[in-house]
Design a protein around this ligand. Structure first.
Ligand SMILES: [Zn+2]
Length: 142
């Protein structure tokens, strides 16, 4: 049975990510998405923008210290890492490098913003295959 997974993202968070991408381009922007997830949906409740350690326009790596700090804070609030965000100056689809990393990240959703078109898309790897999932932009807290 196919699972219809939806990523729910607050409008304010979507705006924050878009602005960050615009600010740092052509470097890839990156962020961690924390929240709660079930089989049907992943609800983003906290977004932590991070420095791209690689300062690259073709790949990203979240600074380890930022990652650990954000992870601990989220855990304290009972939130899980539900997604990873990055931008790239190409269509909002995973690059071959992204696909390699997706294999390592398991259940995490990959949210990608095209800094050229402004498109936002989400993907998840399942059984070695990358699937696009729906994004629901929500107005306020839920
Ligand atoms: Zn990418």
């Amino acid at each position: 049975m196919a699972t219809l997974l939806v990523l729910r993202l607050r409008r304010i968070h979507a705006r924050l990510l878009t602005e960050e991408a615009r600010k740092v381009q052509p470097i890839e922007a990156c962020a961690m998405l924390f929240g709660e997830s079930t089989q049907k949906e992943a609800v983003v409740k906290r977004v932590v923008v991070a420095l791209n350690k690689l300062q690259s326009s073709t790949s990203f790596e979240i600074h380890p210290e930022t990652f650990v700090k954000a992870f601990n804070e989220a855990e304290h609030e009972g939130l899980d890492l539900v997604g990873l965000f990055h931008s790239h100056p190409a269509p909002a689809a995973p690059s071959s490098i992204d696909r390699e990393y997706m294999k390592l990240w398991g259940d995490v959703i990959w949210l990608i913003l095209s800094s050229t078109s402004g498109d936002l898309a989400a993907y998840k790897m399942k059984n070695g295959k990358v699937r696009e999932i729906a994004i629901d932009i929500v107005a306020a807290s839920s």
